[in-house]
Ligand binder design. Structure first.
Ligand code: ZN
Length: 500
């Protein structure tokens, strides 16, 4: 056995612990009876502790040093990439003192429960002391992680999107915000699509067979995954086994379809990684921004396109029956692309979604840098919603208490949603060029060609390249907001029948 083999086997076992914890979390969100909560929290905490012990085991440092000194490592690109990423993960994990890791885990659990109560009672003051403590702990975490000259926010954001900084994001977001606000204003001059199809009441079993048929057509492999329901849609990989969760209401089948296509996009990325690299960085997704690009590409560029609806309409008629009477593909395509500035991020349309993200990006930087106190958060939140989205926030429940992220300690995470939208548009444009027109494929129900292209270009590389390198390799250009804006202009121009 070489040091590389020892290291690989050891960290594979840490990965197995992580995926076991993921299965317990999946169960908690879908199947677990309420009474099991306290013991489940103990089980998850024990697994997290064991995984952290394995990752920070002193032998890992020795094996890493041996691998880095071994010429065979550099001679083998797969080994070199794995060792590079293992080093990055190890440095991170060992920089955080275990007392801080434990306190963060405990406070995340307390703050998340406190947030849920405060949100249901619309009582920000109840949550404020918990958020205060969370900000302090995140500042301490950032101080442990950051490199000389690196800001606290950048150190946190790098956990989710390697290489991304607030300065780079400001360059992307500044012009994007102005153009999105201008686009939103122009749409008010167009002809507004109707929402009658969304208000059709449809039995849940019919909705379910319909959305399942779409995931099958997209190529989600049920031999290595499942589709279930949960309150909040999500996707998790619990081994060689990808769990998608979606939601159904009594009406609005477009919401169920959108959520399902979104999670299916995440699932196709997970299923597209190379089995031979399981348990190593080359078998893992590269970043949250790239992950989100895959979900948004299938949800929006495929599933909200006119070509998709031309293919999908007979399928909808077959499964949804009388609910489709009096409608057609063109009308439902327009309904699926309605733009309406709203208060809630997760319900936002494609043209306003990123404005929600930008509000959070501004505010969390100010919180972490200490420029904004938590007492002033609701006021600043409401002010930015007026400025960016033109909406009046009536209460904190629909305002700064709407998202779980900050209560779970996820600072530096929100921008990955917008990065996902930008990457998705740039990848979709590259696929369109490489495959000779996506629309012709989608309207024939050929999703395989696109899925295999994404797999070759993105999924199978795992963490071999940084997100920035990957973007350059796949699209021939660095990340830019131009493809996203061009896509929105083109599609929404046709939906709203704006003069060209
Ligand atoms: Zn997502």
């Amino acid at each position: 056995m070489t040091a590389y083999d020892d290291l690989r086997a050891h960290l594979r076992s840490a990965h197995l612990l992580g995926t076991t914890a993921a299965l317990l979390s999946w169960d908690q969100e879908t199947m677990m009876p309420k009474g099991a909560g306290a013991v489940r929290a103990e089980q998850l905490s024990l697994l997290a502790e064991l995984q952290h012990q394995r990752t920070t085991d002193p032998r890992v440092a020795d094996w890493l040093a041996a691998c880095e000194a071994d010429p065979r490592t550099q001679a083998d690109p797969d080994r070199a990439a794995n060792v590079r990423q293992w080093r990055r993960d190890h440095t991170r994990a060992t920089r955080l003192p275990s007392a801080l890791v434990a306190e963060l885990a405990a406070h995340e659990s307390t703050a998340q429960q406190g947030w849920a109560t405060a949100r249901s009672k619309d009582d920000y003051r109840r949550f404020q002391p918990l958020l205060d403590r969370m900000v302090v702990l995140q500042q301490q975490k950032a101080d442990c992680l950051r490199l000389p000259g690196q800001s606290r926010w950048d150190a946190l954001a790098d956990l989710y999107e390697p290489g991304m900084t607030a300065a780079l994001l400001r360059e992307l977001f500044g012009p994007l915000r102005q153009q999105l606000v201008a686009l939103r204003q122009r749409l008010t001059d167009g002809s507004e699509p109707d929402d009658a199809f969304q208000r059709q009441r449809i039995e849940r079993p019919a909705q379910e067979t319909f959305v399942r048929a779409v995931t099958t057509a997209f190529g989600f492999d049920p031999k290595f995954g499942r589709l279930d329901t949960s309150v909040h849609p999500f996707c998790t990989n619990v081994g060689n086994d990808v769990r998608l969760c979606t939601r159904f209401g009594d009406d609005d089948v477009l919401d169920a379809l959108g959520s399902t296509m979104h999670e299916c996009g995440h699932g196709l990325y997970e299923q597209g990684t190379e089995p031979e690299h399981f348990g190593t960085p080359l078998g893992e997704p590269v970043s949250l921004g790239i992950h989100e690009s895959q979900s948004r590409l299938w949800e929006n560029h495929v599933g909200r396109s006119a070509a998709f609806w031309r293919w999908c309409w007979p399928l909808a008629q077959r499964h949804l029956g009388a609910a489709c009477d009096g409608f057609d593909a063109a009308r439902v395509f327009r309904t699926a692309n309605r733009v309406q500035p709203s208060l809630i991020r997760v319900e936002a349309d494609e043209a306003t979604y990123d404005l929600h993200v930008m509000v959070r990006f501004e505010l969390e930087q100010a919180l972490i840098d200490g420029q904004l106190g938590t007492a002033n958060l609701p006021g600043e939140w409401n002010r930015l919603y007026r400025e960016y989205l033109g909406v009046q926030v009536p209460n904190d429940r629909q305002g700064c208490l709407q998202d779980v992220h900050w209560s779970c300690g996820l600072f530096g995470y929100f921008p990955t949603y917008t990065l996902g939208n930008l990457y998705a548009a740039q990848f979709a444009a590259a696929a369109d060029r490489a495959l000779g027109g996506l629309d012709q494929l989608l309207e024939r129900g050929n999703f395989t060609t696109l899925r295999e292209w994404l797999r070759r270009q993105i999924h199978r590389h795992g963490r071999r390249h940084s997100p920035a390198e990957l973007c350059q390799l796949v699209t021939g250009a660095p990340l830019s907001s131009a493809p996203f804006l061009a896509y929105l202009e083109q599609k929404l121009g046709s939906v709203y029948r704006l003069p060209a």
